[in-house]
Design a protein around this ligand. Structure first.
Ligand code: SAM
Ligand code: CA
Length: 258
């Protein structure tokens, strides 16, 4: 920093962020992880995500963009993140709760080895069927076991069989937020020790820090307190270690300890 008085710059930052530094609040200098603009997000997509997005995933994404409930889809940067994570973990046996048209499901299936499997559950088969041709095109349909119906009942059935206990390397939860804690009670036994459960949308459109009277869509308001409860419960659960990753709408990764 030729010609710049580093000590003066540091001390001015310290003074201006004095309040923010108090008791656990983030400081300006440490505030690097939350995106500051849509432009920056577009930059990530254009630079690092879209150029590496497999063609069938791109096709599925573009098809979903025309669907009336497209708000529900997994974002492409999160899809890329899931693929990276699964490969890093060498995940082989996985589960997904909440499929919609299948962006996260296809990302998962692409990241698994040839003999890997993803058990995918959703109450709506029609939307899964819209995405299925792209899974066939990608050559990964044989890894996908789709089951239609409410996930909670299916998990209870699975728990009856000891062989399912500790059987899953990775579980992605992206369905009814008011059931996340009910899922967690069951999934903690189904994921293996050292395996990971990912709970999606744990920042819930930013509503987790909204004021009581702040205007927000009805569905956001309805699930807000459930998500806040989930975040507290996961942070207090000594059976797991966690990291809340601020990608997309927030995903909390939970690694089973014992
Ligand atoms: N992961 C998906 C993707 O990448 O596009 C998005 C999932 S979307 C946010 C939530 C899905 O959860 C919907 O498709 C909905 O039908 C499903 N769902 C809601 N309640 C459910 C339940 N009790 N059991 C299983 N699936 C459920
Ligand atoms: Ca989601």
């Amino acid at each position: 920093m030729g010609g710049v008085d580093v000590a003066a710059v540091v001390s001015s930052v310290e003074v201006s962020s004095d309040n923010a530094n108090k008791a656990g609040k983030h400081s300006q200098v440490g505030h690097k992880s939350v995106l500051k603009s849509d432009k920056l997000y577009q930059y990530i997509l254009d630079t690092s995500v879209y150029p590496r997005e497999p063609a069938p995933l791109k096709g599925l994404r573009e098809m979903t963009a025309h669907h009336p409930w497209n708000l529900m889809t997994t974002s492409p940067d999160e899809g890329q993140f899931l693929m990276f994570l699964l490969k890093m973990m060498n995940a082989k046996k996985t589960m997904e709760i909440g499929v919609y048209t299948g962006y996260s499901l296809l990302s998962t299936a692409l990241a698994l080895p040839e003999d890997g499997t993803v058990l995918a559950m959703d109450i709506n088969r029609k939307n899964f069927e819209l995405g299925y041709p792209y899974m066939v095109e990608a050559g990964v349909a044989h890894k996908i076991d789709f089951r239609e119906g409410p996930a909670l009942a299916a998990l209870d059935e699975m728990l009856k069989d000891e062989a399912n206990h500790g059987a899953f390397d990775f579980i992605f939860v992206d369905a009814d937020k008011d059931n996340y804690l009910n899922y967690h009670k069951r999934l903690i036994s189904l994921v293996k020790v050292g395996g990971v459960i990912g709970y999606d949308n744990t920042l819930w459109n930013g509503s987790v820090v909204a004021e009581e009277d702040e205007p927000m869509p009805k569905y956001v308001k309805y699930y807000k307190d459930f998500v806040i409860e989930v975040n507290k419960a996961l942070a207090a659960d000594s059976r797991i270690e966690i990291t809340q990753v601020p990608i997309s709408d927030g995903i909390t990764l939970c690694r089973r300890l014992n």
